[in-house]
Design a protein around this ligand. Structure first.
Ligand SMILES: *Cc1c(COP(=O)(O)O)cnc(C)c1O
Length: 385
């Protein structure tokens, strides 16, 4: 640690990223499919380039994510030819697939020649200017609502290009996950209601110069087995959209213990990292395993600790009620499974600047893959004002 950084940093394993990709590739063998990496989980440019080289496509939720994907060499216009429609999925858990939602849609879709883009633009609040960029670049676009459809039509006209669209269906299933991350039930802000499906099918048909329907998109928990049956039986192309499962377990946040204290009822390990670098425990009550890096002294007392940062918020914790040996000051402490929605959600709250990132390469060497932000970077926002 001393040799690498004096501040919290993210440390990834490049070979683990490769292994996670290969696990998906193996599971999808025999299916015509694209693994579309959801960039919002982790947008490090070096990681994106690596995933692109492995063969991933990109799932985007903003114009800047599209710009970054282009910068990382993802080519939305590099179509792989296919003659059938497709289905895009987000994998959450292990719920049976609801099939009835698809019947109407599949009945409508024609078996026309569709070329399959490797980039898909999602979201419930896509901006017109971002949709224009997506239209120009030939990115597939999900239709999320009535106003979204209007904006996509407008973008197609401005760009002078027909947009390939997928209908974002809300299948109304309960994935039994934290309410903040559940996206496929009927209280969710994402997707169109089943009752409105026919309206959307007609609306797409009414704009033959602007829109071409190429598939359905839904966020629901489905086992790969169920999806495999569906895709094979209907001869579909599958776009699968993993974020977390490709990247979460490839990384830890490395911190240093500032000190240990008690308030009489609770014990605290105070570290230099915080909710600014890693917010999932505070935001969703996520459990991320915590370990000391170096073995504690043999006489170290094991106690129950909350592991907290220095930020002025009671929600600033990385872990609660963890059994750990009492660490020495300056001992290293790692928070595991920090690859997804950690750095990409990091803030500069309390002016804790976003940390640097490193990865371990195949040969075991450590390389920097992103500079840490500095105070000078912050002051630059005020240059010339
Ligand atoms: C966020 C997102 C994903 C990825 O979700 P994970 O839980 O990280 O796998 C996939 N598809 C879409 C449309 C998303 O918005």
């Amino acid at each position: 640690m001393e040799n690498v950084e004096k501040r919290p940093f993210y440390l990834y394993s490049k070979p683990q990223i490769t292994r996670n990709f290969e696990a998906y590739r193996d599971a999808l063998e025999g299916l015509r499919s694209i693994i579309g990496y959801a960039i919002k989980a982790n947008n490090n440019l070096k990681i994106l380039e690596h995933l692109r080289q492995l063969g991933c496509g990109a799932v985007l939720v903003s114009g800047n994510e599209l710009r970054l994907a282009l910068h990382a060499g993802f080519d939305p216009a590099r179509y792989s030819y296919m003659d059938l429609l497709m289905l895009a999925f987000r994998v959450i858990g292990k719920i049976g697939v609801t099939d009835e939602l698809s019947v109407k849609l599949f009945a409508y879709l024609t078996q026309a020649n569709v070329s399959m883009s490797r980039c898909i633009f999602n979201g419930n609040g896509k901006l017109l200017e971002d949709l224009v960029l997506a239209a120009q670049e030939g990115v597939f676009v999900n239709v999320d609502s009535e106003f979204d459809l209007e904006n996509i039509v407008a973008a197609a006209r401005i760009a002078g290009k027909k947009v390939n669209v997928l209908l974002r269906i809300n299948p109304d299933v309960d994935p039994q996950v934290h309410p903040y991350v559940a996206t496929g039930n009927k209280n969710s802000k994402f997707g169109i209601r089943n009752e409105k499906l026919q309206w959307f099918l007609d609306a797409v048909k009414a704009h033959p110069n602007e829109l071409k329907l190429v598939g359905a998109h839904c966020h629901l928990g489905s086992t790969i087995t169920k999806v495999r049956e569906l895709v094979l039986s209907r001869n579909l192309n599958l776009i699968i959209e993993p974020g977390r499962s490709l990247i979460a377990n490839t990384c830890c946040l490395v911190n240093r213990v500032t000190g240990v204290k008690t308030n009489g009822t609770k014990n605290f390990i105070v570290i230099d990292g915080s909710m600014a670098e890693l917010i999932r425990p505070s935001l969703y009550g996520a459990y991320q395993h915590i370990e000391l890096v170096s073995p504690a002294p043999t006489n170290a007392e094991v106690s129950t600790f909350d592991v907290v940062g220095p930020v002025c918020e009671s929600a600033d914790f990385l872990g609660k009620d963890r059994e750990l040996p009492t660490p020495a000051e300056r001992a290293g402490l790692v928070v595991h499974d920090a690859g997804a929605y950690c750095m990409s959600m990091a803030s500069t709250y309390n002016l804790k600047m976003r940390p640097p990132e490193y990865w371990v390469e195949e040969d075991g060497s450590v390389a920097k893959i992103r500079h840490g932000e500095t105070f000078e970077d912050h002051i630059r926002f005020f240059d010339g004002l």
